[in-house]
Design a protein. Structure first.
Length: 380
């Protein structure tokens, strides 16, 4: 990037590429859940052990998987950053307000496909013999609990709803807003670390509901940063110009520290296994990764053009990929269990299927008589 503010179409191109990278990262992150399941909890399918078998914990293969997982945690923050930027993009240039017409349009774009795919997931669970009462299904849909990654949809809906209140303040009071967004993360970080490390620690119910079960306090910052970038691009550009040389070292250093930190947390907890979760160093890493991405000169020109297509289709891919990954993983368990003995190959397989199958489905619908339902199914 040059010191000048790029044209809007260049920024749009770059953000679509970021969206494309983010959805691939999301697929990798969620595929790694199944890879770790195969390594530890399904190990009896391909070797003579009693599951769960944690003998591969700390092995070179395990750390390679963790090394690949670390960059993928940027996915949801990147989505939120892009959403925040486009909120700033459509804000009135004089009042800095966002019209409710745009917000309602965005909500419809998100919620109709979400509800349809929630029903698909409920049918899938029913086929597997998982009985869910109607009131529990309603609760899961409202909270984004039908599938673990669906919390993002409910989160971004909440952020869109409050965005008309935020944008008028961001022009002059961006320091205050960003500071608040950082500070509201601290209680959640404290409670999460306490649960990891302090034996028998109990989080107060109200604090648990606000800071651990509600995702907005933990992710509000990334949405605000997107709005800030849209409204104060010259400030961001100036900072990136000064920081470009050291950002790659910061990204790599914090990534390694994050992997070490998680291993120390696991040891301090006294438990043999804890499923990897986001830590404070992960959030610092995410911040540096986003800065590094935007600081790279001409990155929008040498990234694959296909990423823009993925970026446009990212919401449909995101909604479908958890189901695809589960089906692919369970089929592997039953029909090709030896693949799980090679975690990197298994991860490659799941990633290709997790991205490719949704794109294939979307392309098929788009070229069929059912194309009039395309937006209802996938947004766009």
């Amino acid at each position: 990037m040059t010191a000048q503010t790029p044209a809007r179409f260049n920024i749009t191109k770059l953000l679509l590429q970021l969206n494309g990278l983010a959805v691939i990262a999301a697929v990798i992150h969620h595929a790694i859940h199944w890879v770790l399941t195969g390594m530890f909890f399904w190990a009896d399918r391909y070797k003579d052990v009693v599951a769960p078998d944690l003998s591969q914990l700390g092995s070179p293969q395990y750390y390679l998987i963790r090394l690949m997982d670390q960059p993928s945690i940027v996915a949801v923050p990147a989505f939120l950053f892009v959403s925040g930027y486009f909120i700033a993009f459509v804000a009135d240039r004089n009042s800095n307000k966002v019209g409710w017409k745009y917000i309602v349009t965005r909500i419809k774009f998100l919620i109709i496909p979400y509800l349809i795919w929630c029903c698909v997931y409920l049918v899938f669970n029913f086929i597997q013999g998982k009985q869910i009462a109607w009131y529990e299904a309603v609760r899961l849909i409202i909270t984004g609990g039908i599938s673990a990654p669906f919390y993002y949809v409910i989160l971004v809906l909440q952020l869109y709803i409050i965005s008309p209140l935020i944008t008028p303040l961001m022009r002059k009071h961006w320091r205050t807003l960003l500071t608040i967004a950082v500070l509201i993360q601290l209680p959640g970080i404290y409670y999460k670390y306490s649960l990891f490390i302090v034996q028998g620690y109990q989080v107060p119910p109200l604090a648990r509901a606000i800071f651990l079960e509600w995702y907005l306090p933990a992710y509000f910052l990334w949405f605000l940063l997107g709005i800030f970038a849209g409204m104060h691009i010259s400030l961001l550009k100036g900072f990136l110009e000064k920081s470009r040389r050291w950002l790659p070292y910061a990204v790599f250093g914090v990534m390694i520290l994050g992997i070490i930190e998680w291993n120390l947390i696991r040891q301090a907890s006294g438990r043999t296994w804890i499923s990897p979760q986001e830590t404070i160093l992960d959030r610092v890493f995410t911040f540096f990764m986003l800065l590094w991405f935007f600081s790279a000169q001409g990155i929008e020109n040498w990234l694959p053009a296909r990423l823009r297509s993925f970026g446009i289709k990212s919401y449909g891919i995101y909604l479908i990929h958890p189901l695809v990954l589960e089906i692919a993983a369970r089929l592997t368990y039953h029909f090709a269990p030896k693949l799980m003995a090679y975690p990197l190959l298994f991860l490659m397989f799941l990633t290709i299927v997790g991205v490719g199958a949704p794109i294939l489905l979307m392309a098929t619908i788009e070229r069929s008589p059912a194309r009039r339902f395309y937006k209802l199914l996938f947004g766009g």
